[in-house]
Design a protein around this ligand. Structure first.
Ligand code: F6R
Length: 357
């Protein structure tokens, strides 16, 4: 039921702070420490490499997950698009662990890989929003997203839930390996939940940005560096699937290697600037496109903001910024689609779960 909401997508965007709190609650023990299935912990500890396999938005969450697992738990990770993996299998390590990320747990492309790697005798963990789903049943281990049913075709709360659960998995693996962390992950996720609430209360500001930058454009670019880049891929996917604006996410540094040729007078460029070590570099990229006529907007984070920024996010832990930056991008896509009279919850040519390969 969407209650007083005009669309499921808007309702699901708004539910994200509650989903974060639900995840914290479900994955914490009585001492406020992370609680994870012992078998999952052992599997993560035993593997020499993690292969994340997913499609679409779930693939984008996987890219962020790679960063968590490598940085915190020091386990190498590869992230693969499921449809490519099945016929273009990379050389596998000696002790791979496959991690399938799927909101629905029914995606045929991902299932094809699962069937194949099970035949080969490798272990699999599925991270899904639907515990009894095919991918969940056929894997050795499952982690639940606890996002509640996601009805809108465009995935929002499942994406942030996937990232939060991947953060918990990474931290748990680090702890299992005796790696000391200098932050309290569950406390940082609680800060994220509060930040999301602040963000979902700023709909009017985002709607204005959508009106000013996206209402009539044919195309749009999202640029970012480091983990901001991964969120740019997701922001672009959200925008194209529901507003039909041709949108692409790019690594800020790659622009000058070709894409900058597409920048014309008035082309919208949305830049994310939440990472301290690349702040200077991404801001130079913004100047490069602005000098060529782009209608550039910067979404930054408190502590790194400049007066000219279009939108400033509350401060969250630097590893967890994707959980915050994606919220204004989801809302930008929503309002762009709304103002262009698109069917927000049921975009053309798309189904909620893709059960054909
Ligand atoms: C985008 C979207 C799709 C799905 C993809 C994978 O908003 O919803 O890109 O993310 O089809 O679906 P799941 O996660 O169910 O495997």
């Amino acid at each position: 039921e969407k209650g007083t909401y005009p669309h499921f997508m808007l309702k699901e965007i708004d539910e994200q702070p509650f989903v974060m709190r639900k995840i914290i609650q479900e994955y914490q023990d009585e001492n406020n420490q992370i609680k994870l299935d012992q078998d999952v912990r052992e599997a993560m500890k035993a593997c020499d490499r993690v292969y994340i396999v997913a499609c679409g938005t779930s693939y984008h969450a996987g890219l962020v997950g790679k960063e968590f697992i490598e940085k915190l738990a020091k386990v190498p990770v590869e992230v693969h698009v499921a449809s490519e993996f099945s016929y273009n299998m990379p050389l596998l390590s000696e002790k791979p662990l496959f991690v399938f990320i799927s909101q629905s747990g029914e995606t045929a492309d991902s299932r094809a890989v699962l069937v194949k790697i099970k035949e080969m005798g490798y272990p699999a963990l599925t991270i899904t929003n639907v515990p009894g789903s095919t991918l969940s049943r056929e894997a050795d281990y499952t982690l639940n997203l606890y996002a509640g049913p996601e009805i809108a075709v465009a995935s929002t709360k499942a994406y942030t839930a996937q990232i939060a659960v991947l953060a918990i998995l990474a931290v748990d693996t680090a702890q299992a390996k005796g790696i000391e962390l200098d932050f309290d992950p569950l406390q940082e996720l609680a800060i994220v939940a509060n930040a999301m609430e602040v963000l979902t209360d700023q709909k009017e500001a985002i709607e204005d940005l959508a009106r000013n930058y996206l209402e009539t454009t044919r195309n749009a670019f999202f640029i970012g560096r480091s983990s901001d880049y991964y969120v740019c891929l997701e922001g672009a996917l959200k925008l194209k699937e529901i507003s039909y604006i041709q949108a692409e996410g790019f690594a800020g540094g790659e622009l000058k290697h070709g894409t900058i040729a597409l920048i014309e007078e008035g082309t919208p460029v949305i830049a994310l600037a939440t990472q301290t070590d690349v702040n200077y570099a991404i801001r130079s990229n913004v100047q490069e496109v602005a000098a060529r006529g782009a209608n550039a907007m910067v979404i930054s984070m408190k502590g790194l903001e400049q007066d000219s920024d279009a939108f400033v996010l509350p401060h969250v832990h630097e590893l967890l910024t994707p959980l915050a930056t994606v919220v204004p991008l989801q809302l930008l896509a929503y309002y762009a689609a709304l103002h262009r009279d698109c069917d927000v919850d049921k975009p053309r040519n798309l189904a909620k779960s893709v059960t054909v390969e």
